[in-house]
Design a protein. Structure first.
Ligand code: F6P
Length: 546
């Protein structure tokens, strides 16, 4: 029996009707009618304050959205995830990234086996290894300590640790340089290894499957680079470690499985940064700081599990997203951190959100008749203000945005932080309230300039304000978005944990690679555009088609 599409539920229909009533209501009026709105529409979650008052919603909207979440069984669904049920049905897997931050003694079972002791055993091994690298006790092949760590991975095996290593830079040791190579474009590894000494460089090959083309190509190049410098096959064991679920593949590559850190098929790639995939980060910040990060994740997990839906930060973020996507026609969602150290946060969220909810069929294979995951994008403020904010303020599109900021900076530099935060607060105020034509005219503008200088406002934002970007706060922030994405997936009826959409391109690339390099002209059987482009490329590379 198939589950009815969410769009057929009475709660969805009620929201559609409600949206018509609310379409022309302005945030100015919502605030004028409710002087406490700014205080009232806020929640605290794991040390983060979420102000959602500048969203185009009334109490009725929120009630209806929560009713929708209840109607799709959000609470039960979350319980199924946390308890290790195989909710990733297309891959027959449990979804247990939350077990990665379980405390010792907590029991989380998959197929009747408690997975928590295994999680803690790996964490202990990771911690011991990270300390050896940080203290200089781990010596490279020529007896020198490690100075540079290069993580080789892509997608979930890169974006999380890369984002977090930058985010937590103030907590990292200055004795080590931690770098990330992901792109199969040789320019990436060429730049990341430029000037490095193989004798003091450690590579972490991070790949859940250990078959990903980009990562395997970069790992092979790194090994050749190392051997070119150290001239001894035995050096590989001192300069390469692996993070993977695939022991046989790791061994086949030549890495000693003693130096392999495992995780499990119930950890999705994009949910894996707090598993062994976070080894590079742990080396940078140390095991204690890593534990603080896990504590932040855990605190948000607890909030998500226990807070009433109407006061539940991830649920509110998710339902607001559903509101804009499905009832007010938004196509994208901006994430705008006013924190330079969160420079890669939107990149990370793109995979988390778009690989999870960029789907057109429900869990049981029905085509949806509503919009699902939005395009997620963003860069740190204030840079964006001088680039694309014009469109946010006066363009024709509805772009809901999350503004993320902190009371304390990573570095206290003059009055920079107060200037930054003045912009942070100013932007959400300007977006919500705008400036009327009367106000513009009162300032002396005349004629056509009045129209140009008018800001219609009513542009929705959510503000996430934390005390400081600590490891704990980062963990809480990431878990906030993990559970947001989960909640939206449940509302839309999706399997947020597979990614079949990335397969076709991978298969075609595998077919095309030999066609680009074959000495003889290949028998091309693609469409006429692809055939012509391949021929042109071969010709530009001096590979004659004769
Ligand atoms: O892009 C598809 C994908 O499978 C992601 O889901 C994953 O994070 C990435 O490739 C890397 O996979 P792996 O860790 O197996 O190398």
């Amino acid at each position: 029996m198939t589950t009815p599409l969410v769009s057929s539920l009475p709660q969805w229909k009620a929201l559609s009707a409600h949206a018509e009533n609310l379409r022309n209501v302005h945030l100015r009026d919502l605030f004028a009618d409710d002087p406490d709105r700014g205080e009232r529409l806020g929640v605290e979650a794991a040390g983060l304050h979420l102000d959602y008052s500048k969203n185009r919603v009334t109490d009725t909207t929120l009630d209806l959205l929560v009713e929708l979440a209840e109607a799709v069984g959000l609470r039960d669904a979350a319980g199924r995830m946390f308890s290790g049920e195989k909710i990733n049905v297309t891959e027959g897997r449990a979804v247990l990234h939350t077990a990665l931050r379980a405390t010792a003694g907590q029991v989380v079972e998959v197929d009747g086996v408690d997975v928590v002791p295994g999680v803690h055993a790996v964490l202990a091994r990771l911690g011991a290894f990270a300390e050896k690298i940080r203290s200089g006790a781990w010596l490279g092949h020529t007896g020198q300590p490690i100075r540079t760590v290069v993580n080789i991975g892509i997608g979930g095996s890169d974006l999380g640790p890369a984002m977090a290593t930058l985010a937590l830079r103030p907590y990292a040791t200055d004795d080590l340089d931690v770098r990330f190579v992901s792109n199969v474009d040789g320019d990436d590894i060429a730049e990341k290894t430029r000037g490095l000494d193989p004798a003091t460089t450690l590579f972490i090959v991070a790949s859940k499957t250990f078959t990903t083309q980009e990562t395997m190509a970069n790992a092979a190049t790194a090994r050749a680079w190392l051997l070119d410098g150290l001239k001894d096959q035995a050096a590989v064991a001192r300069h390469f470690v692996a993070v993977s679920t695939a022991a046989a593949e790791v061994e086949a590559f030549g890495i000693d499985t003693e130096n392999m850190f495992g995780f499990w098929d119930w950890v999705g790639g994009r949910y894996s940064m707090d598993s062994a995939v976070g080894l590079s980060l742990m080396i940078a910040i140390g095991p204690e700081r890593f534990e603080e990060l896990l504590a932040g994740f855990r605190a948000m997990d607890t909030h998500f599990r226990t807070a009433p839906l109407r006061e539940n930060a991830p649920v509110l973020l998710a339902l607001l997203g559903v509101w804009y996507t499905d009832f007010l026609g938004a196509e994208s969602h901006a994430v705008l951190p006013y924190a330079q150290y969160l420079d890669s946060f939107a990149d990370y969220l793109q995979q988390l959100d778009m690989e999870s909810n960029g789907k057109s069929v429900t869990v049981d294979g029905q085509r949806v008749d509503y919009a699902t995951g939005p395009v997620v994008w963003g860069t740190p403020g204030t840079n964006g203000q001088h680039a694309y904010y014009q469109l946010l303020h006066q363009g024709t599109r509805l772009v809901p945005a999350d503004f993320i900021g902190f009371a304390h900076p990573g570095n206290e530099v003059g009055d920079h932080h107060d200037l930054l935060m003045a912009n942070f607060f100013a932007q959400t105020e300007a977006l919500a309230f705008g400036k009327t034509a009367d106000e513009v005219a009162a300032e002396g503008a005349t004629g056509v300039l009045v129209a140009h200088k008018t800001f219609e406002g009513n542009r929705p934002t959510t503000t996430i304000l934390g005390e400081k970007l600590t490891p704990f706060a980062l963990g809480a922030l990431i878990a906030l978005y993990e559970h947001k994405v989960f909640t939206q997936g449940i509302v839309w009826g999706l399997n947020s944990f597979d990614q079949w959409g990335v397969q076709l391109g991978k298969v075609l690339a595998g077919r095309i690679a030999p066609e680009l390099t074959s000495p003889a002209a290949p028998d091309l059987r693609h469409d006429s555009s692809t055939n012509a482009l391949i021929r042109r490329y071969r010709s530009l590379r001096g590979r004659a088609d004769a």
